[in-house]
Design a protein around this ligand. Structure first.
Ligand SMILES: *Cc1c(COP(=O)(O)O)cnc(C)c1O
Length: 519
């Protein structure tokens, strides 16, 4: 539960108002400790300052000291800036401006601001009896303390903590787009593409509407079509194989390695036929496939390599960043991916100028210059708004990758001696961004329900591998064709993971798992 502070509460605490400050401060502290956010309304800054100065002058006068205006101002600013340090600023939006018709414009602003939140997730903390009378979500510090803090639920993927940290930058970036109005291919797109290509270390970065479109555009650029075979794995998100079928080419599955869950290079080589045109290895759960060997085999047979890096963006393989490891690298900015936007998005990476130019054209209806369409393409552009969001997220991404690595290693330690599970294996030369922290256990379903019962949000991904999905029935695969993928699908379990996962929550998750396995 979050709290939005009314001006009188801020004054209680900052002016140390006798009889009031203790309970107000305690409520604010409890909120923070239970994982709630304490919000200050940006539109109230002057009100805080104006009132606090007056309050301070009065307090000191009572003690026989007559402070000058500048002394009052100095004390007020110092107290407010200290108080605001660990609070969140809630933006004042345009709809909270014209409130003159309201009996109390100040209260009306807070009520409107509150309506932006999901019902039941926030209360206004106030001393104002009239406010409490007319607003069901306004409560006093005493009432808040009486109700007791609600325990914070753990997220499987915590996107809120990141937003808390970069909210001001995100809002500024989004508003900039609202003001310049170039919603399609605005300048943020170009700026993001430059930053992405520098980050990965590849000449061309082409943003697009989703990770699926990235893969589709890559295959289209290679003229993959009917009669062609493209080799990939059955243990992945459906997009990887779906785009091959969409182009009426044939997905050819090969099994994965039991340790990394990524493509087995030997099985790949064995599956090559005269019809094979390309290969799409996937970096599942955050670590790259064995791109060194896959590239070598592909080169020997003249095949194009498209890396599906939707889950391993930010990871490296022998020092080279994912998406820079093969002819084409594709990633996704789906919100829960390591680098995610607030909607759908994706990007394609390539070193080759001609290929990159072709993919840029395919992204925009095969258009070369306006109204000239030498190729058949798709509407596959990234929205400017998503690029604006990604620009801010990319700033903190390198640090997040480090946190992800550290969090993964902490799980390894916490779970090291737990019988009955296998923690993730990271291959030599790889690091991982742990898109998921996925363990193996023969008691997966039992463990999953035990964890969920105690509020640990674990998830089992890809429980039915692609070769057994109805969408690929015409390929005539059957149960038993890919024993490793089938075994992993039956035993995998992903634990809560994010760069901001707290040590406390992580320990809670690990303990719950040890406990569940013991029973
Ligand atoms: C998420 C994902 C995709 C597709 O990305 P979207 O942006 O959702 O279209 C493709 N491949 C893998 C391995 C993925 O995890």
């Amino acid at each position: 539960m979050d709290l939005l502070l009314d001006v009188n509460i801020v004054l209680d605490i900052c002016a140390l108002r006798e009889g009031f400050s203790a309970s107000a401060a305690e409520a604010v502290e409890k909120c923070g400790l239970s994982g709630g956010r304490v919000w200050l309304y940006s539109g109230s800054v002057q009100t805080y300052d104006y009132n606090l100065r007056r309050e301070l002058r009065r307090t000191y006068l009572n003690k026989g000291m007559n402070l000058s205006n500048s002394q009052c101002a100095g004390l007020s600013k110092a107290a407010l800036s200290e108080f605001a340090k660990d609070k969140h600023w809630l933006a004042a939006l345009a709809g909270e401006g014209h409130v003159f018709a309201a009996e109390d414009p100040e209260d009306e602003q807070l009520v409107r601001a509150l309506q932006r939140f999901e019902e039941g997730t926030i209360k206004i903390l106030t001393r104002d009896a009239a406010f409490i009378e007319k607003c069901a979500d306004a409560i006093t510090p005493e009432e808040y303390l009486q109700a007791g803090p609600q325990p914070k639920a753990m997220d499987f993927i915590d996107l809120k903590s990141q937003q808390n940290i970069i909210r001001p930058q995100l809002e500024r970036s989004i508003h900039r787009v609202l003001h310049h109005g170039q919603y399609i291919m605005g300048r943020e797109i170009r700026e993001l593409e430059e930053k992405l290509s520098a980050y990965v270390g590849v000449k061309h970065a082409i943003t697009c509407a989703s990770g699926t479109d990235a893969l589709l555009i890559a295959l289209m650029a290679l003229d993959i079509g009917p009669g062609d075979e493209v080799i990939t794995v059955p243990y992945t998100w459906i997009s990887t194989a779906e785009v091959i079928s969409l182009l009426r080419a044939k997905p050819v599955f090969v099994d994965i390695l039991p340790d990394t869950f990524n493509m087995d290079p030997e099985k790949f080589e064995a599956a090559i036929t005269p019809r094979t045109r390309a290969i799409m290895p996937v970096g599942i759960y955050g670590q790259c496939a064995d791109m060194t060997r896959i590239n070598a085999i592909a080169e020997k047979h003249g095949l194009s390599v498209i890396e599906d890096a939707a889950q391993c963006f930010g990871a490296t393989h022998h020092g080279t960043k994912s998406c820079g490891l093969s002819l084409i690298g594709c990633t996704s900015f789906f919100p829960s991916k390591p680098l995610g936007c607030y909607g759908d998005g994706g990007a394609i990476f390539a070193e080759d100028d001609t290929l990159a130019e072709k993919m840029r054209q395919i992204r925009v209806h095969g258009q070369k210059v306006k109204h000239q369409h030498p190729l058949v393409g798709i509407n596959g552009r990234l929205d400017t708004l998503q690029a604006a969001i990604l620009l801010e997220k990319l700033e903190v991404f390198p640090q997040e990758c480090e946190h992800r690595w550290r969090t993964g290693k902490r799980y390894d330690e916490l779970l090291a001696d737990t019988p009955g599970i296998r923690t993730p294996f990271i291959a030599e030369g790889n690091d991982s961004v742990y898109a998921q922290y996925t363990i193996l256990t023969q008691e997966r379903d039992k463990l999953l329900s035990s964890l969920q019962a105690v509020g640990i949000p674990a998830v089992a991904y890809y429980t039915v591998p692609l070769h057994l999905q109805g969408a690929f029935a015409r390929l005539n695969y059957k149960n038993g064709d890919f024993p490793v993928a089938e075994k992993i699908a039956a035993e995998c379990l992903s634990l809560p993971m994010s760069p901001y996962l707290s040590k406390v929550d992580q320990e809670r998750a690990a303990e719950a798992m040890v406990e569940a396995l013991r029973i």
